[in-house]
Design a protein around this ligand. Structure first.
Ligand code: AMP
Length: 444
């Protein structure tokens, strides 16, 4: 693409030290003002410093490390920049962003990830990329086959480190760092900074610049996302979801479920009821996942039902709604999920279904995010008693959870079989709603 003369150079990026070839690209893709993480990260990365950056998803972190590294790399040399990301989707997305930033530079960028033929990545390596974006397992696989020379890495980025650790890539992260014997410039980017990440930083970084973009008193989630909870028990979830979707008419929504099975069931049930939904989870073939993502990005599918892992790196700007069909197991997962909406200044809504007994997790979420979730009004929704309970069980307030997981109800009203999670003996007991809210709920 040629640069149209009427496009003004983004001066604010120029002031950060960004070079002309990249400024041209930024003008063309309409990056005018740097985001906070970009303003604070670009100068130290340009100066060659190691950096630990705390930044939420959707705050422009890719450009924060990508722009200065594109500028620093030596186009006459070979492979120099390795960007390690937790998931395939994020790998594809980061590669896409880097290609956009580098459109006026002679930089070769490749993307490698598990789940597709190794031959594909071998071919990519033959093109001698300057920058490789990839997932840990595939990077190590290629390294073991002597196809990816980690000892040549000059700049090493770990993006979404917290997720990498959650997913269990701890050892792979260490192996990659140890294989890069060249003492590269190191950059860690993470939405949350745990003690473990701090330990890694101390072990491997030299005098790092530490950047926190959210002050402790700030909210962890995007202030523009309106955040609600609804007291909904497992057997009512699908009905509540349907009513919520009907009332909200989301432009683009992601519905998060805990298990792949629930994802499939919810997506099927929604489609049967005339919604335009697709499932995405790790059991789907890579090309199917890519097809679903393309459909979602282009608005052909407007409801994506996803597991947490599959949702990583979904960078679709206009996501209007995030619905936590299953409450996240960890408050930090909530931050990641809700980070899918209200990106880069747009608005959005997040709804979390909280079952009886899960009030404590809601409190943990509120403590971490520093946001008090508002009670949701779902038009037409009233909680129903647990189906198929014997009369004596209703008599004791529906609190007891009979042995053997008798929550398994078939949820006759929905024709919807509960998932293993929903029917497990540890699933929440029946609700005792007071005005649509549960008494276990602790307000601060
Ligand atoms: P990221 O956090 O890197 O995934 O970025 C989130 C989205 O915001 C991506 O689609 C970027 O292209 C976009 N973006 C990042 N920085 C800027 C900026 N300074 N101006 C406009 N859009 C941006």
């Amino acid at each position: 693409m040629t640069h149209s003369p009427e496009l003004p150079i983004p001066v604010a990026f120029e002031k950060l030290g960004v070079e002309h070839a990249i400024l041209r690209a930024l003008a063309e893709i309409r990056f005018v003002e740097p985001s906070e993480i970009q303003s604070r990260m670009i100068p130290p990365v340009l100066a060659g410093r190691d950096v630990l950056g705390q930044a939420r998803t959707g705050t422009g972190k890719t450009a924060a490390f990508g722009l200065p590294l594109l500028q620093k790399l030596d186009a006459t040399g070979g492979f120099q920049v390795l960007i390690v990301v937790p998931t395939r989707e994020l790998a594809v997305q980061v590669e896409g962003e880097m290609v956009r930033f580098a459109r006026h530079k002679h930089t070769r960028i490749a993307c490698v990830y598990g789940g597709r033929k190794l031959l594909h990545d071998e071919k990519a390596m033959e093109r001698q990329p300057h920058v490789i974006v990839g997932t840990p397992g595939r990077i190590l696989d290629l390294y073991d086959r002597r196809l990816l020379p980690l000892d040549r890495v000059r700049h090493l980025v770990f993006d979404e480190v917290d997720r990498m650790f959650d997913i269990g890539f701890r050892d792979d992260v260490r192996k990659i760092i140890n294989a890069c014997r060249s003492q590269p410039q190191m950059i860690f980017v993470s939405a949350t900074i745990s003690d473990e990440i701090n330990r890694m930083v101390q072990q491997h970084m030299r005098n790092p610049e530490t950047i926190f973009t959210a002050k402790p008193e700030d909210t962890q989630t995007n202030a523009r996302a309106q955040q609600y909870y609804a007291a909904v028990n497992p057997w009512d979830k699908l009905r509540a979801l349907k009513l919520l979707l009907t009332a909200e008419k989301p432009g683009l929504a992601i519905i998060f479920c805990r298990t792949k099975r629930t994802v499939d069931k919810v997506a099927n049930a929604l489609n049967e009821r005339g919604f335009n939904a697709s499932a995405i989870h790790g059991d789907l073939m890579q090309n199917k996942r890519e097809r679903v993502m393309r459909g979602f990005r282009h608005g052909k599918i407007n409801i994506l039902v996803a597991t947490d892992l599959a949702s990583r790196g979904i960078d679709v700007h206009e996501i209007t709604h995030v619905i936590n069909y299953d409450v996240p197991e960890d408050p930090e997962v909530y931050v990641h999920r809700v980070g899918r909406t209200a990106r880069m200044g747009a608005g959005g809504k997040a709804y979390t279904f909280v079952a009886n007994g899960q009030g404590q997790m809601q409190t943990e979420i509120e403590k971490l995010t520093n946001v008090l979730l508002e009670p949701a009004q779902i038009p037409g929704f009233t909680p129903s008693p647990e189906p198929n309970r014997r009369p004596d069980q209703h008599g004791n307030g529906g609190r007891s959870s009979p042995a053997g997981g008798q929550h398994r109800s078939g949820a006759a009203t929905e024709g919807y079989a509960p998932t293993s999670f929903e029917s497990s003996p540890t699933a929440p007991a029946a609700p005792r709603p007071i005005h649509g809210r549960f008494p276990t709920r602790r307000r601060r």
